[in-house]
Design a binder for this molecule. Structure first.
Ligand code: PGA
Length: 256
């Protein structure tokens, strides 16, 4: 039987960058010019909310995602944007539970409410989980907080809905530090998440849900996490703000 080619995801998390609309437009245009549509590789750009419309206008060979959203649909919620609004603005994905949001007060409970709201729309949530320190990973152990974050994010979510999610493992100690997790550490967490999903749902859900790695990825290490750790893609912060570097990552992954 012919093995179908693994599908990969390359997700750019621009965070609160670039600082002007002009710079964001030129970054999006440079990326669009440097990449092409590939059947086995989906590129997703997650700009700040303010730039979503503009980036969506440029997005002819990549998808657009939000970096967060609120769980209510609309109403008196100053400063919030809903999943429905993101969908209407052209998003297909949204990152939820990023550690930088958790640091500002996001909880496992609020992540769960957001996952539920997002799964009522056509948006796919990219649910981020990650532990604070490397001490356990160093000893080949899995931090208990990962299990809690994952189980709570999926509380009350049916198997049918869970199928429509993506999970991103982003160890906090590896984010923005220039020092990524080792491929062994990422593989151990991948196996752990798969086992947990198969307990929570079924083996087929565990096989179906894509797992991404994020934390100091770049053109030098990007393919290792896919080839050696078995991940399905990457959530890229810093390196996604440099079009040349991001395009290099795209080219290497599309050659796999
Ligand atoms: P980094 O960020 O690639 O700059 O480490 C990843 C993320 O926070 O999503």
């Amino acid at each position: 039987m012919k093995k179908t080619k693994q599908k990969f995801y390359l997700v750019a998390n621009w965070k609160m960058n670039p600082i002007t609309q002009k710079k964001s437009t030129s970054l999006a245009l440079d990326i669009a010019q440097g990449i092409s549509e590939k059947p086995n590789l989906d590129v997703v750009i997650c700009p700040p909310d303010l730039y979503i419309g503009m980036v969506a206008d440029i997005a002819n060979n990549f998808y657009v995602g939000g970096q967060n959203c609120f769980w209510e649909r609309n109403g008196a919620f100053t400063g919030q944007a809903s999943a429905v609004m993101l969908t209407d603005a052209g998003c297909k994905y949204v990152i939820l539970g990023h550690s930088e949001q958790r640091k500002l007060g996001e909880t496992n409970k609020s992540v769960n409410k957001k996952v539920k709201a997002v799964l009522k729309t056509s948006l796919k949530p990219i649910i981020a989980i990650g532990e604070k320190s490397r001490s356990k990973a160093d000893q080949g152990e899995i931090d208990v907080s990962l299990q809690e974050q994952l189980q709570k994010a999926f509380e009350g979510i049916s198997a049918q809905k869970a199928k429509n999610t993506i999970i991103a493992y982003e160890p906090i100690w590896a984010i923005g530090t220039g020092s990524a997790a080792s491929t062994d550490e990422v593989m151990a967490v991948r196996i752990f998440i798969k086992k947990l999903l198969s307990k929570m749902y079924s083996i087929s859900i565990a096989q179906h849900v894509p797992l991404l790695y994020g934390g100091s990825t770049n053109s030098k290490n990007c393919t290792d996490f896919l080839k050696l750790s078995g991940m399905d893609g990457l959530l890229v912060g810093g390196a996604s703000l440099n079009s040349k570097e991001f395009i290099k990552m795209f080219n290497q992954i599309s050659d796999l």
